[in-house]
Write a new protein. Structure first.
Length: 115
């Protein structure tokens, strides 16, 4: 069974909005931190926003005020509301879930922002 399932990517113009969603149907262990990472071709994957099980958020400065991360512990899901998107937000967004036994990654969802 797939551990993490992502959805919500797409193409928007500058200033547009998208919401990414990630569920963890295949993870049976208790999940600690969940979050979103972004990767651009030729560059390393970088953190965008994470949230711990008790709600502590860590959001990178470049998206603060524009992106909101939220989590639902009842169904082990995490969302990323992205507003006022900019071309530099373009990339493949990956969901990550961390458990005591290991780290899980989603398959990635594409976000493209045109100017």
């Amino acid at each position: 069974q797939v551990q993490l399932v992502e959805s919500g990517g797409g193409r928007v113009q500058t200033g547009g909005s998208l919401t990414l969603y990630c569920a963890a149907p295949g993870i049976t262990r208790k999940i600690g931190t969940m979050g979103w990472y972004r990767q651009v071709l030729g560059k390393e994957r970088e953190k965008v926003a994470t949230v711990s099980r008790d709600g502590r958020e860590d959001i990178v400065d470049s998206v603060k005020g524009r992106f909101t991360i939220s989590r639902d512990n009842t169904n082990d899901s995490v969302s990323l509301q992205m507003n006022d998107l900019k071309p530099e937000d373009t990339g493949t967004y990956y969901c990550k879930a961390q458990t005591f036994y290991g780290v899980y990654w989603g398959q990635g969802t594409e976000v493209s922002v045109s100017s």
